[in-house]
Design a protein around this ligand. Structure first.
Ligand SMILES: *[C@@H]1O[C@H](CO)[C@@H](O)[C@H](O)[C@H]1NC(C)=O
Ligand SMILES: *[C@@H]1O[C@H](CO)[C@@H](O)[C@H](O)[C@H]1NC(C)=O
Ligand SMILES: *[C@@H]1O[C@H](CO)[C@@H](O)[C@H](O)[C@H]1NC(C)=O
Length: 183
C-alpha cells in the first residue's frame, strides 16, 4: 500500500516536472519589448578605414599568408568607420574583428566583424557581418548575421566597394552601404 502511494506520488511529481519544463517558452506581445508592429528599412553608409602600417596601425596581421593570394593570412582589426571618404572625417563607429585570406585562386577574405556604432541614436548598437570579400570585385555583398541595441532582430546585407587606396602606405578605404530591416 505504502509502495503504491509512493509510486503514485512519484508519477504526480514527474507529471508536474514535465508540465513545468514546458513553461520555459511562451508567446508574448511584441509591444511588451517596446517593439512597434512594423519593421523599417534603414540605409547606413560609411567608410571603413584600414591602416596596417605607420605609427598607429588600426589592423595587425597575426598570421602571414602562405600564397600570393593572401591565403592563410589572419588580420585583427579595430578600424574606424567614417562619415566621409576622407580618413580625418567624423568617426561614426568601429569595425572590430578579423579578416582572413580564405581563397587560394584569388584574393578572397573571410570577414568576421562587428560594426560598433558610437554616434547619435545608434550609439552602443552593433551589427555583425560574416561574409566573403573578394576584394578585386567591384561590389561585394555580405550578410548581416548578428545585431544588438537599436538593431535587435535586424536582418540585412551590406555592399562593400573599394575606394582609391594607398596600398604601399597600408591605407585602404572601403565604402560600406548597409541595408537593414529592424524595428
Ligand atoms: C600568384 O602567382 C601566380 C603564379 O606566379 C600567378 O599566376 C597569379 O596571377 C598570382 N596571383 C596574384 C593574386 O597575384
Ligand atoms: C583632412 O584631410 C584632407 C586631405 O588629406 C585635408 O585637406 C583637410 O584639411 C583635413 N581636414 C581636417 C579637418 O583636418
Ligand atoms: C555614446 O555612449 C557612451 C556610453 O554610454 C557615452 O560615453 C558617449 O558619450 C556616447 N557618445 C555620443 C557621441 O553620444
Amino acid at each position: 500500500m505504502t509502495k503504491l502511494i509512493l509510486i503514485l506520488a512519484a508519477q504526480i511529481l514527474l507529471a508536474a516536472a514535465v508540465a513545468s519544463s514546458e513553461d520555459f517558452a511562451r508567446t508574448m506581445n511584441q509591444e511588451h519589448l517596446g517593439l512597434p508592429k512594423k519593421e523599417k528599412l534603414t540605409h547606413l553608409r560609411f567608410y571603413w578605414q584600414d591602416s596596417s602600417k605607420g605609427p598607429k596601425p588600426s589592423s595587425l596581421m597575426i598570421q602571414q599568408p602562405v600564397s600570393n593570394s593572401s591565403f592563410g593570412s589572419v588580420t585583427m582589426m579595430d578600424d574606424p568607420l567614417t562619415l566621409d571618404v576622407l580618413r580625418n572625417s567624423t568617426v561614426v563607429g568601429q569595425a572590430q574583428g578579423i579578416y582572413a585570406g580564405a581563397a587560394q585562386g584569388e584574393v578572397g577574405y573571410l570577414m568576421v566583424m562587428n560594426f560598433a556604432f558610437k554616434t547619435g541614436k545608434y550609439n552602443g548598437s552593433t551589427i555583425a557581418i560574416l561574409g566573403r570579400n573578394t576584394v578585386f570585385s567591384k561590389v561585394r555583398e555580405m550578410p548581416v548575421v548578428g545585431r544588438s541595441g537599436m538593431f535587435r532582430f535586424a536582418r540585412g546585407y551590406v555592399e562593400a566597394r573599394s575606394m582609391p587606396s594607398d596600398f604601399t602606405a597600408g591605407k585602404v578605404t572601403v565604402q560600406y552601404n548597409c541595408y537593414v530591416f529592424h524595428y
